[in-house]
Design a binder for this molecule. Structure first.
Ligand code: ANZ
Length: 850
């Protein structure tokens, strides 16, 4: 641990039954190149791999086939591991972990107990997304358009007892600490939006017409618009609703509630959807002006955000505007744009401006003429003084629903005693292992499959000796991936999650590479747990991942489509429209050329084609299996190709002809060193000169390459690093002799990208040990400097032209070159030279007699 450290991590995969796809090696090759570079630069490198192996697919497979998820998982992991080994990634396999190993999830459960101890894990009766087909509750993010993200099964809302984690307690820190991270700005922005901090006010509106003095509390980010509030809206699930609804409206309200309960939050808040609602039959008083305004029920207001109730200001909020027009509710403009006024019936104005129509003698509040900002502060002051409300910060972030009604997850380490109270099990009892089970089918009632493991479920309360039951919910798949990067630092420690010293040495992860799909959930959950672990002294850094890089997506091979009209003639894609009768046909790549911004037929450039690339998917049949590529081209070609496809962070399309290209490059490098096979099938030696000294030109060429390759890897521009090596190879082919010292350095440069071939060439150059720990070539800046300079030439004090000379050029040589220069010679020929003033590398001044 005396060396500087470098921790480079891949987002560990879910070992699916389908095996590795070509998207995986994109990120893995990049991190491997970084790991190999840093190792050669003398760093102590941590580059581990493991498996995020709990989760639904193995369990679904178990339900369908009866194969235990453990069996499937082990099989899939074995396949993934051998596929990764085939690609030559330099992982430290001694550190391999799987989230499903008891020795691993012992610590996942330990973290849960720490959360519980600090009140950060709690149970609540919450409306959840219940998916009858999967027999489980899903997180909001796992539901897309009312169906489960996995499998597309319908999802309904239903209240259930759930475990929740109080991530909201960390909202501010999760937001603030983003600023110091070296992450893509887009990812930080997505996290900011997810946390969704907004500043505003809570204010109370007294309900009129009913006996008790009920108040509706609303949350608003625009307290300045209080005089424009012409109605209130309660979310259909608001607790006060049944207390205030009038008898005449009760039936309508109940029906509306029922319909709304079947919609997801996403559906309800979609801007384009027509707003719906019902009148509650009840009114409230606007405290700013004493006016009675109707209370409506509408599902565009969510029960789970703010207070679940809003003051609606149709003149200044588009949703309220649409609603007010539909239900004939008054619209009252209270903000004018700077230097103007608007027709608020026409359109809502949601910007800031100057307050109008905003004073009342009843309340004594007068904000007319103020800017929106000043008005908002004045209203908050007034609310706080009169007891009608207060300043309030709100977050969109909700607590994390942390229970799943599934078998294949970490058991939650608590029991319920005979009084129904929840007690944590003792840390000494960990791991609480999953019981064996033969029948994994969900019960359908919401009772998890673990409930079937009676002998496991029924237990003893250690404090009273009475009977107790274990929790049968399990943790969601996110749990294991929240902290795995810590376990890699110390994977076999049975006394602690991670040894303090090791943690201090390796933290934080220096580079974390993975897909952009994890921009929010995984990265946010992991940051949350990390902060809790920081607070209890387990980790020494505030943040787990200093630098995150998202690799782009690899799309399937580009397809070129041509169109034929009803007569069967090819027509250009730009004349194809919806009304005509055109048929499509796929055109092979070799018949296509690029012309300007378009693709056209090679034999008829007037026929434009459409080029399309799709996400790789089984149903499209465009999935490329990395094993096939390795078989045909070798692992180095695959590695090099994935790096050469384009900028690392961009989406790119797969192209088989592209692999041919990099494969040819590797073959050229091979021949450069080893030569061609001779008739007897043995290799002749290449052009390597084992004795010779390199020329200045060769050294310059090499050092330009070292410089570029190093810079480009450091900046994760792997593709341009390859271009630099291609340029070097092209230059080297022109040399008569290739000194061994030059080739060796080049092989070292190539080795992070193409380790297999580099090792082989290295050994053929006479080395008996691996190059993995050889020092990475260092650039000598002297060889990067341009060797020539442009020298201005003055004649009698006037600049008449320039000459290009070697920096070391003497006065004699410079003068001779100037006399030979066509532009300069006319000023010099036939003249007698009186004097020459020469500043080497800077100027030549010649004084002639006129
Ligand atoms: C009055 C108002 C006037 C509003 C105006 C906006 C514009 P963010 O920024 O997302 O926090 N709102 C509050 N609670 C809501 C809920 N549970 N469901 C749907 N909408 C809700 O937005 C806060 C604003 O969204 C609040 O400010 C409220 O409408 C609405 F000219 O109050 B506003």
């Amino acid at each position: 641990m005396s060396k500087p450290k470098f921790y480079v991590l891949d987002m560990f995969p879910y070992p699916s039954g389908a095996g590795l796809h070509v998207g995986h090696p994109l990120g893995y090759t990049a991190t491997d190149i970084l790991a190999r570079l840093r190792r050669m630069q003398g760093f102590n490198v941590l580059h581990p791999m493991g498996w995020d192996a709990f989760g639904l697919p193995a369990e679904q497979y178990a339900i369908e086939t009866g194969t235990h998820p453990k069996v499937t998982t082990i099989k899939n992991i074995d396949r993934f591991r051998s596929q990764l080994k085939l690609l030559g990634f330099s992982y430290d396999w001694d550190r391999e972990i799987s989230t499903t190993d008891t020795e691993y999830y012992k610590w996942t459960q330990w973290i849960f107990l720490q959360l519980l101890k600090r009140g950060l894990a709690y149970q609540a009766e919450v409306p959840v997304n219940w998916c009858p087909a999967l027999g489980t509750v899903l997180a909001n993010e796992e539901v897309v358009d009312g169906v489960s993200e996995r499998g597309g099964h319908p999802v309904i809302r239903k209240p259930m007892r759930q475990w929740m984690l109080k991530i909201t307690a960390y909202a501010d820190r999760l937001l603030e600490d983003l600023n110091d991270l070296d992450w893509p700005e887009s990812v930080k922005e997505m996290q900011r939006n997810w946390i969704g901090r907004s500043e505003g006010a809570e204010m109370q509106f007294s309900v009129v017409d009913i006996e008790s003095d009920l108040k509706v509390t609303v949350y608003t980010t625009r307290p300045d618009t209080i005089f424009g509030a012409t109605y209130l809206v309660l979310a259909p699930e608001h607790v006060l609703l049944s207390a205030i609804v009038s008898d005449a409206q009760r039936k309508d309200v109940e029906e509306y509630r029922e319909v709304a309960s079947r919609k997801s939050d996403l559906e309800r808040t979609e801007l384009q959807k027509e707003k719906t609602g019902v009148f509650s039959g009840c009114y409230a008083t606007n405290p700013a002006n004493g006016v009675s305004i109707p209370i409506w029920v509408a599902d565009y207001v969510l029960g789970s955000y703010g207070t679940g109730a809003i003051m609606a200001v149709p003149a200044h909020d588009t949703r309220d505007h649409e609603f007010a027009l539909k239900y004939n509710i008054p619209i009252c403009g209270v903000v004018n744009p700077e230097n103007g006024s608007l027709d608020y019936f026409e359109k809502a104005f949601s910007g800031d401006g100057t307050m109008i129509n905003s004073s009342s003698t009843t309340s004594g509040l007068d904000i007319n003429g103020l800017s929106s900002k000043d008005a908002a502060s004045r209203v908050i002051e007034w609310l706080e003084k009169t007891g009608n409300g207060m300043k309030k910060v709100n977050y969109k972030l909700r607590d994390w629903l942390f229970a799943r009604q599934r078998y294949w997850g970490e058991p939650i380490p608590v029991i319920f005693n005979d009084r129904g109270e929840c007690e944590p099990i003792s840390e000494a009892e960990l791991p609480l292992t999953l019981p064996e089970l033969d029948d994994f089918t969900p019960t359908g009632t919401g009772e998890p499959p673990l409930a079937k493991a009676l002998s496991w479920v029924e237990t003893i309360d250690p404090t009273t000796g009475g009977s107790a039951r274990r929790e049968t919910n399990t943790m969601p798949q996110w749990a294991g991936s929240c902290w795995y990067y810590l376990r890699f630092m110390d994977p076999k420690n049975s006394n602690a999650l991670v040894d303090k010293e090791k943690e201090m040495y390796w933290s934080p992860v220096d580079v974390y590479v993975g897909g952009a799909e994890h921009a929010v959930l995984h990265l946010l959950y992991a940051r949350f747990w990390h902060k809790v672990l920081y607070d209890i002294g387990v980790v020494s850094t505030k943040e787990p991942f200093q630098c995150v890089i998202n690799q782009g997506i690899i799309l399937g091979e580009v397809q070129y489509l041509a169109f034929r009209d009803s007569d069967g003639n090819l027509v250009s894609a730009d004349v194809v429209n919806d009304t005509g009768n055109f048929s499509q046909e796929s055109i092979p790549e070799e018949k296509v050329v690029k012309s300007g911004d378009y693709f056209v037929m090679k034999d008829n450039p007037n026929i434009r084609l459409i080029a399309r690339a799709h996400k790789m998917s089984k149903s499209r049949g465009n999935v490329v299996n990395p094993d096939d590529v390795v078989l045909q081209y070798g692992a180095d070609s695959l590695r090099l190709y994935e790096m050469f496809m384009g900028p690392f962070r961009d989406s790119k399309t797969w192209s088989t002809s592209g692999i041919d290209g990099v494969h040819r490059f590797l073959a050229r490098v091979w021949r450069l060193v080893v030569g061609l096979p001779s008739a007897d099938g043995k290799f002749k030696s290449g052009t390597v000169d084992f004795e010779g000294e390199p020329s200045i030109e060769q050294l310059r060429c090499l050092h330009r390459c070292i410089n570029k390759v190093t810079e480009e890897i450091e900046a994760t521009r792997f593709n341009t690093g390859i271009s630099a090596m291609m340029e070097f190879t092209n230059a080297a082919y022109k040399w008569e002799k290739l000194p061994k010292s030059i080739v060796e350095e080049f092989i070292l440069l190539l080795s992070p990208y193409a380790p297999h071939m580099a090792e082989e060439l290295w050994s053929r150059l006479g080395h008996s040990t691996s190059l993995a720990y050889e020092p990475f070539p260092k650039v000598n800046p002297a060889y990067l400097k341009e060797s020539t300079v442009i020298l201005p030439v003055q004649i009698n004090g006037k600049t008449r032209g320039t000459i290009q000379v070697e920096k070391t050029c003497t006065e004699e040589d410079a003068f001779e070159l100037a006399s030979l220069d066509s532009k300069l010679s006319k000023f010099l020929s036939g003249k007698s030279i009186k004097k020459r003033i020469f500043v080497p590398g800077k100027i030549l001044n010649i004084i002639v007699l006129e």
